[in-house]
Design a protein around this ligand. Sequence first.
Ligand SMILES: *[C@@H]1O[C@H](CO)[C@@H](O)[C@H](O)[C@H]1NC(C)=O
Length: 250
Amino acid sequence: MQAPLTLLSLLLLGAQAGQHWTYSVQISLRPTMHMEAADGTKYVAEQMHFHWGGGASEISGSEHTIDGIRYVTEIHLVHYNSKYGSYDIAKDEPDGLAVLAVLVEVSDYAENTYYSKFLSHLSEVRYSGQSTVLSGLNIQDMLPKDLRYYYSYQGSLTTPPCTENVQWFLLADPVKLSKSQVLKLENSLLDSQNKTLNNGYRSTQHLNGRVVETNFIYHPNQQSVLGSELQFHLTRIDNNLEYFRRLLNR
Ligand SMILES: *[C@@H]1O[C@H](CO)[C@@H](O)[C@H](O)[C@H]1NC(C)=O
């Protein structure tokens, strides 16, 4: 995948599955950003979106739980298998997609300044259909420091159509945001009735015999190291324009 300079879009997605609405803020990613799995499969970055909880009961909003613990927020970087050449083709193929998932932990008052720019622009996309342009957002800095250790399994998209063609890579190292940063993410987006959009996560699915693999030895209370298989080739994105917009789709 060659990487011409392209404008990146950020959108708010909405989708309806039965009675359940899902939505998310989404940043389109540059195809210069990609990851390579242990078997050599190359996945090209397409978009990054967020799932959060919030609301009156301060519900946590991650989609994955680790030993039953739901984290406050979860970030998904959706990639497609480079052999298909585009997301639109890959999304319908059995080995088409991979998602790099990142959990967010609250660390009280420690502001993560790599998120400041992204969060400050959320106020410009409060309503469906609004858009804004960002410059100089560095996606790599928004990821956890340690990209070596992960859980991996075959699964589905967590938003409709929930296609079963996703290789998941859930990073062991979380991103830390301050409490006020998480509150900002949880309370920035409104529906047409000015109601805050909270709790955009899918309930945990049964494993159904699926195997979750890790590339480290997992102990419930500590993580020790086996060695890394997945290599990330994340291109620094500096001084580029990123295009933010927000859509509400059926
Ligand atoms: C939502 O809030 C905005 C800004 O305060 C206001 O202009 C608008 O009329 C409100 N919409 C509804 C449906 O209450």
